[in-house]
Design a binder for this molecule. Structure first.
Ligand code: PLP
Length: 454
């Protein structure tokens, strides 16, 4: 007789195709089947508890199954589960848009809803493209993006992506973009060896690209302060400010993809705030609904919005929209999410936990096979290397990152690597002792998987 776990595992293998997963490997393993959540913890079908080290794909804010959010969701479901924004306004989407503009970087004034991070970026790209047409500069149609950029998995958002293993296969389907060097200081793409003296020469390269393509540039897309999926690449202070200035100088719209960094992850509500930057367009999604529901938004300045105004016959309308745009359940949860930020002083707590995380990372940086540790608020990447002196990476076939994460399960931790980079990206409301547990478990797992066998 099979127990319920085995039955679910069998059906998973029989019916479910998992994202970003080599299913042949998956079929050979025994997947954890998650059935409940509680605070920072995920609980599987056998009752085992795992600390959610990646905040359920970077979305979770106040913990799982939060009673206040559960109630907001249930209350809204009892009133209205969905009505469309195509031709109708709806209460919760209005209240949320108003609230988002109150907390967004000053100068963003309009909220365009969609339903995931990729679409929020794609909306931003289309807005920027059409904006220049309305300004009488249709030749301004191209975008600059960074190496190692990740902006989502649809054709448009992949076009501004720069991660070879995800995007190269599809390159012939994508529109062409201009790649700028990433400020990945540990492996500086332009060969600078000292961050303190390079004067951020990567910004000079960016400026050269802008000069070279000056007439045809519509905008630049960037993950502000932290390139998440590219390996938790934390940018040096001042880089974003520099990008903003260059975009102004060469009249590019700056599209900030705050899908991962938005809603407190960096210690401020939005990453752009750290450098006093207002983007022209800003994409948000993951933390928007505290990890409850798929919903997203693209915020725009009044200048961008006004370019689309005109008589019906001028055809300046922004023809874009998704079925579940502005879904009332999602908006109600998002509003309560923002209330909880204030009630619980969550941004202060994130700053304190970030300091605690920094202490752990310093310790972990001393390990023999840790090449670089990177942090931005409550997000961290630990890059494992074969040779610390030469920065020689582990060959990807060795799957060091995966092995460390597998080992971490023995310590009651769930996390997912980005190549050879081990990730810590917990729910923002994680407690002091839970964060200690997470980092101690990761440290032990790194030690076990980098030292004992070779
Ligand atoms: C996750 C992510 C996206 C894509 O969001 P989806 O909801 O998965 O489509 C886009 N940009 C960044 C920075 C992300 O981290």
């Amino acid at each position: 007789m099979k127990n319920i776990t085995q039955e679910l595992q069998d059906w998973d293998k029989k019916y479910v195709w998992h994202p970003f997963t080599q299913m042949q490997d998956w079929l050979a393993g025994d997947p954890l089947v998650i059935v409940r959540g509680e605070g920072s913890w995920l609980i599987d079908s056998d009752g085992n508890r795992y600390l959610d080290g990646v905040a359920s794909m970077w979305t979770n804010v106040h913990g799982h199954c939060h009673p206040v959010l559960n109630k907001a969701l249930a209350d809204q479901a009892a009133r209205l589960e969905h009505s469309t924004l195509l031709g109708l306004a709806s209460e919760q989407s209005i209240l949320l848009a108003k609230r988002l503009i109150e907390i967004a970087p000053h100068g963003l004034t309009k909220v365009f809803y969609s339903d995931n991070g990729s679409t929020a970026v794609e909306v931003g790209l289309k807005m920027a493209y059409q904006y220049h047409r309305h300004q009488g500069e249709p030749q301004r149609s191209r975008f600059i993006r960074l190496q190692h950029a990740y902006h989502g998995d649809t054709i448009g958002s992949m076009s501004v992506g720069g991660i070879g293993i995800y995007h190269d296969t599809f390159r012939p389907l994508l529109f062409s973009t201009i790649e700028a060097p990433a400020p990945y200081c540990y492996r500086c793409p332009i060969g600078a060896t000292d961050r303190s003296t390079c004067g951020m020469a990567c910004l000079d390269v960016l400026e050269q690209l802008m000069i070279e393509h000056k007439e045809v540039l519509a905008g630049m897309v960037i993950e502000p302060l932290l390139q998440g999926a590219g390996g938790m690449l934390a940018h040096p202070a001042g880089y974003l400010r520099g990008v903003r200035e260059l975009c102004d100088r060469y009249r590019l719209l700056l599209i900030a993809d705050e899908v991962a960094t938005g809603f407190g992850r960096t210690g401020r509500m939005f990453a752009c705030e750290h450098e006093g930057v207002t983007p022209d367009i800003m994409a948000i999604s993951k933390g928007l609904c505290a990890g409850y529901l798929p919903q997203a938004a693209t915020l725009a300045t009044e200048t961008v919005y006004e370019a689309f105004l005109g008589s019906y016959t001028e055809q300046k309308t922004f023809f874009h929209g998704h079925t579940f745009t502005g879904n009332p359940l999602a908006c109600a949860v998002a509003l309560k999410n923002l209330e909880l930020f204030e009630e619980n002083n969550l941004l202060d707590a994130v700053q304190q936990r970030s300091e605690q995380l920094a202490v752990w990372l310093q310790r972990i940086a001393d390990l023999e096979h840790v090449g670089d540790v990177r942090q931005c608020g409550l997000a961290a990447g630990i890059e494992l290397v074969r040779d610390k002196a030469t920065k020689e990476p582990y060959p990807w076939e060795e799957r060091r990152g995966i092995r460390v994460c597998q080992e971490a399960r023995n310590h009651g931790i769930f996390t997912r690597p980005l190549g050879n980079t081990v990730v810590a990206f917990p729910p923002l409301a994680i407690s002091v002792s839970e964060l200690d547990l997470l980092m101690e478990g990761l440290q032990k797992s790194i030690l076990a998987q980098t030292q004992s066998f070779y």
